[in-house]
Every structure is written in C-alpha cells, then in structure tokens.
Design a protein around this ligand. Structure first.
Ligand code: GRG
Length: 298
C-alpha cells in the first residue's frame, strides 16, 4: 500500500482510539477539559502512536493492550506542543494550522491544559495496568517505566531545558546539539518504538534495539524539522516558519547548512532501517514510513 494512504488509515485508527480515552468536558473544570481536548483534537500526524502500534504488531502483541498506551503517549506529545508554544517558550500562535491552545484559552489555561494532559496520560496507563491480563502485565509495567523516563527530566523535559539554555549562543558543540535532539525529540519517538515492543512481551534486546532505532529516527525527524523551519511553508506545515532563527536557536541546520543536514537525515534513516531489518514480521510499511519521513513537508 502507498505510504501516504497507509499513514492516513493508521492516523484514523489512532484518532478513534483517542476518542475513546479523551475526557468528557463537564464539571467545574470543564474549560480545562475542553482546552485539553482542543489540543489533542487539533490534528497532527500521530506518528508516535502509529509507531507504538506498529512495533507491537510486528512483535505479535495485541492492539487492545497497546491502545491505551498509544493514547497516553499522544496526550504527552500534545502537552509538550502546548507548552512549547507558550509565550515563555517559543511564543507561537499557530500549530497544526489552528490557533495554539493558549491563543484560544489564554496563557494560564494553556499551562493547565499541558499539565492536565501530562497527568491524564498516566491516569490512562494506571487504568490500563489495573485491567491488564497477568500474562502481559510485565510488558505494561515496562512500557509505563519507559514512558515516565522518556517524558521527564532525563528525557524530553531535560532536552527542552538544554535547548532553552542554548538559545542565543552563536555556536554550540555537536555533542550538545546531539544531546538536545536525543532527549527533546528522540526520547519520545524511541519510547514509542520500545513501548510497542515491550507491550508485545518481546525480549529485552528487542526492546533496546527498538529504542536505538527510535533515537536514530528521532534525530532524523528533528533535523528534517529544522530544515522545514527554513525551507517549508506556513500553509503546509500549519505553523510559522523561521521560528528557530527568531528565537536564536542553534540548530543542526544553522551550524552545518541545509545540504549537510539533509545528508544526516538520510544517514540516520538508513541506520534506523538497518535496525528494522533485524525485526520480525512484515516490516515493509515501517521501512517505507521512515523513507517517507526523510522528505516530509509537514
Ligand atoms: C514542561 C514547561 C514545560 C515544557 C515542556 C518538553 C517541551 C515543553 C517541549 C519539547 C517538545 C518539542 C516541541 C519537541 C520537538 C519535537 C517536534 C519536532 C515536535 C513536532 O512533532 P510532530 O511533527 O507534530 O510529530 P504533529 O503536529 O504532527 O503531532
């Protein structure tokens, strides 16, 4: 099947899953719940849950078991975007072609919606773990542990901290850029792949390989993101371009130029695909997805 068509089908599947888990907008804090749902329903590629479900499928796991973890992961991704757009961070008013959450609900509610989504993700997982069949519970606990580490101070939030501190610096070392990309973007993408593998009760070495593959893909994804921030268009991307330059962010593109950056995107993707070659089952769509991402325009 053509990759774009496959992605759209998978995206629809993820959106159906999300609808099952999103909270009802009622009670005294209905505004908060509405802001949380607005952020998640605003669209997006749903790449991370798609990867989680695909890895679980490859390793012979159950979609039913993986679904709540896929929903929780997308809640955490959405929260990170809501907070990333806040005035104290990138101060962006457009995301996924729509006004950002703080632009619609105000800054205070934007902060709370992000907090609410982060916490809600773990509520979804706690509910799933308590209902899980004992035969797959160890995989669920492993996935929970992977996600809590990846989203936190030793993963995405830590990466965001280093990213913010690097702003305004003319040049930073390649090592520091690597560390930012590894944690800010790589951690959540790696967690998607390793959680899917863990939920299928695969061996530890398979979980580690999936994470390594996700980190390479995450690096390629972030560098392509930097390229699109220079060469992309606001209509296609659904967010303002030139944000990195405006915020004086030292990116891989700013340091090495677009050509070398795209070369690195291809190099990391090839490495990720070499790891996919060691995975079981029909990996054709996963490999095609990785190739597709190297030239993505949104
Ligand atoms: C805790 C105050 C506080 C803030 C957290 C951690 C964080 C803010 C932000 C980092 C998240 C971030 C913006 C990472 C960059 C990764 C990236 C390229 C995100 C865009 O992902 P896509 O393209 O988005 O998958 P869609 O819209 O398709 O879902």
């Amino acid at each position: 099947m053509e990759t774009e068509k496959w992605l759209l089908l998978r995206r629809d599947q993820v959106e159906e899953i999300l609808e099952k888990y999103l909270p009802a907008e009622e009670g005294d804090a209905a505004t908060l719940l509405s802001a949380m749902n607005y952020s998640v329903r605003a669209g997006g590629k749903r790449l991370r849950p798609i990867l989680l479900l695909e890895l679980c499928r490859l390793y012979g796991g159950s979609e039913e078991v993986a679904s709540p973890f896929a929903a929780a992961l997308e809640c955490i991704h959405s929260y990170s975007l809501v907070h990333d757009d806040l005035p104290a961070m990138d101060d962006d008013m457009l995301r996924r072609g729509k006004p950002t959450t703080h632009a619609v609900y105000g800054e205070a509610m934007g902060i709370l919606a992000g907090d609410g989504l982060l916490n809600y993700a773990f509520e979804i997982i706690a509910g799933a773990l308590s209902d899980m069949d004992p035969s797959v519970l160890p995989g669920g606990i492993r996935a929970f542990s992977i996600l809590s580490r990846a989203a936190g101070a030793f993963g995405m939030i830590g990466g965001q901290c280093v990213d913010i501190e690097a702003e305004g610096k003319e040049e930073i070392s390649d090592g520091l850029i690597d560390s930012i990309y590894h944690n800010k973007t790589g951690a959540l993408i790696a967690s998607a792949m390793s959680m899917g593998t863990a939920l299928a009760m695969a061996h530890a070495e398979d979980i580690d390989r999936a994470a390594e593959c996700g980190y390479a893909l995450g690096r390629a994804f972030q560098i392509r993101d930097d390229i699109l921030d220079v060469t992309g268009s606001e209509e296609v991307l659904g967010k303002p371009i030139g944000s990195d330059e405006r915020n004086l962010k030292p990116t891989y593109v700013a340091m090495h130029g677009i050509e070398k950056a795209q070369e690195e995107v291809r190099f990391q993707t090839e490495y990720a695909k070499s790891l996919v070659d060691k995975m079981p089952g029909d990996t054709e769509q996963l490999r095609a997805l990785m190739d597709y991402l190297t030239g993505r325009e949104m």
